[in-house]
Design a binder for this molecule. Structure first.
Ligand code: FNR
Length: 412
């Protein structure tokens, strides 16, 4: 539900002079490094020059021929706005409510694995900045900082898990997430097996990373990353490990011999979700839904929300772009559960198109990790502000006072 009663602080007090409403970030000091970054797309180019080739490739890439990755973007071109004019939008607000919490914007940070290898203490930076900016961040289970530390730094963070194949490990992980204090658990269910990501082979990326001359060369060619992220992490906390895949610590990120334990998940089924629903008392969100019947199943099992997602094109290449199936899924379950969406959102206009087609909330993955790599917390704040400004401007031009005005009457 949206509300006009609680605009973001920087959104207050529109004056009679033009522009009627200053941009959210209008009076903010922007770090020199970020001044040339005018849109989320600019972060990608900047991150490419900061990150070693295998790490940039790991983030940017997708499965096989990257058809779903491309379609995630072009899907937004097919939806066009039908603005309503001469509506008094001077008191507009993009604030919204989800799981009983009020957020300043209808978008959040999707879970991105090993973000602490792309940005110094990436998981904490993303979670803390999101909390300061009053949007949700979902911490990935494939992460290098213990979940307890991230929760302590930003208690509103959601936790994402890939379910271990083994039931005992599964239960122990859920207990740990609960004990850490997370209120929202996101189960990502579109990984029965690992995807075929040829781009990782080509750039020399693997998990764990295998030490090699090539990797050393790639790292050395990005001195800012080498000193500011990798060496700093090693010096301060030692070799990063997969901290949160199980109830106990997993393999190190850089090792010639370690095998990351990703015990088979291809036998997991809805029965396992049912069991978790019985054990997990917090909000349960199922991520990676594209089929209406799966959405209905998730709701029937008691999911509090679903994220319609093709994993940013990183799993089944050719999987439909979420925007295309969103209206159908929303028609079926949006009155019973929070339907959220990710994959391909890069502009405030994209956020509004997804909302107009029925999504309650959206998430972005790659742009925020690029932002953290380029500018740490300030980079993430800049990314949030850019997107928030775009949403705000476009709401005004659409004639939308609140997000309830952003419905299918404003799109074709
Ligand atoms: C991801 N994604 C992801 N999802 C998840 O549930 N757990 C994870 O650990 C990861 N890891 C991950 C790493 C990287 C590098 C990327 C780019 C993505 C998927 C992510 O949560 C989200 O679904 C997509 O990123 C959304 O697409 P966009 O916004 O990147 O286009």
């Amino acid at each position: 539900m949206t509300s006009r009663t609680e605009p973001a602080a920087s959104q207050l007090a529109p004056s009679a002079a033009m522009p009627a409403k200053p941009a959210y970030g209008a009076n903010r000091q922007i770090h020199r490094r970020l001044r040339s970054i005018l849109s989320l797309a600019d972060f990608e180019a900047a991150a490419k020059s900061v990150l070693p080739r295998p790490i940039f490739g790991y983030i940017a890439g997708a499965a096989e021929d990257e058809k779903s990755l491309a379609a995630n973007r072009t899907a937004f071109d097919a939806v066009r706005f039908r603005p309503k004019v001469l509506v008094d939008v001077s008191g507009r607000s993009q604030a919204t409510e989800l799981f009983g919490k009020r957020y300043a914007s209808p978008f959040g940070i999707a879970p991105v694995g090993i973000s602490a290898i792309a940005a110094y203490r990436g998981d904490v930076v993303l979670a803390q900045t999101a909390q300061e900016e009053r949007i949700p961040a979902i911490m990935s289970g494939t992460s290098l900082i213990p979940m307890e530390a991230v929760h302590a730094a930003a208690p509103d963070t959601w936790f994402q898990a890939y379910l271990p194949g083994d039931a005992t490990r599964r239960d122990a992980l859920i207990e740990r997430i609960d004990a850490a204090g997370f209120a929202t658990l996101v189960l990502t269910v579109d990984i029965p097996v690992w995807a075929n990501r040829e781009n990782n082979v080509r750039t020399g990326f693997s998990l764990p990373l295998r030490p090699s001359l090539r990797l050393a060369f790639d790292g050395a060619s990005r001195p800012r990353w080498l000193a500011g992220t990798f060496a700093r992490t090693l010096l301060e906390s030692g070799m990063p490990h997969f901290e949160n895949s199980f109830a106990t610590r997993g393999a190190p990120i850089l090792s010639a011999s370690a095998i990351r334990d990703t015990t088979g998940r291809d036998h997991l089924s809805w029965t396992d979700i049912e069991r978790i629903r019985q054990r997990w008392r917090g909000n349960l969100v199922i991520k990676g839904i594209l089929h209406k019947s799966d959405a209905e199943r998730a709701v029937a099992l008691g999911a509090d929300g679903i994220i319609v997602s093709n994993h940013g094109g990183r799993q089944l290449d050719g999987a439909v772009e979420p925007l295309a199936v969103l209206p159908d899924i929303c028609e079926s379950v949006a009155h019973k559960t929070a339907v959220m969406m990710d994959s391909g959102i890069r502009r405030g206009g994209d956020v509004l198109k997804a909302l107009a087609l029925g999504a309650r909330f959206v998430f972005l993955g790659r742009p925020f990790v690029y932002a953290a790599a380029v500018g740490g917390g300030e980079g993430v704040r800049h990314a949030i502000t850019l997107l928030r400004d775009e949403v705000d401007r476009n709401m005004a031009m659409l004639g939308a006072q609140t997000l309830t005005d952003v419905n299918n009457s404003v799109v074709i």
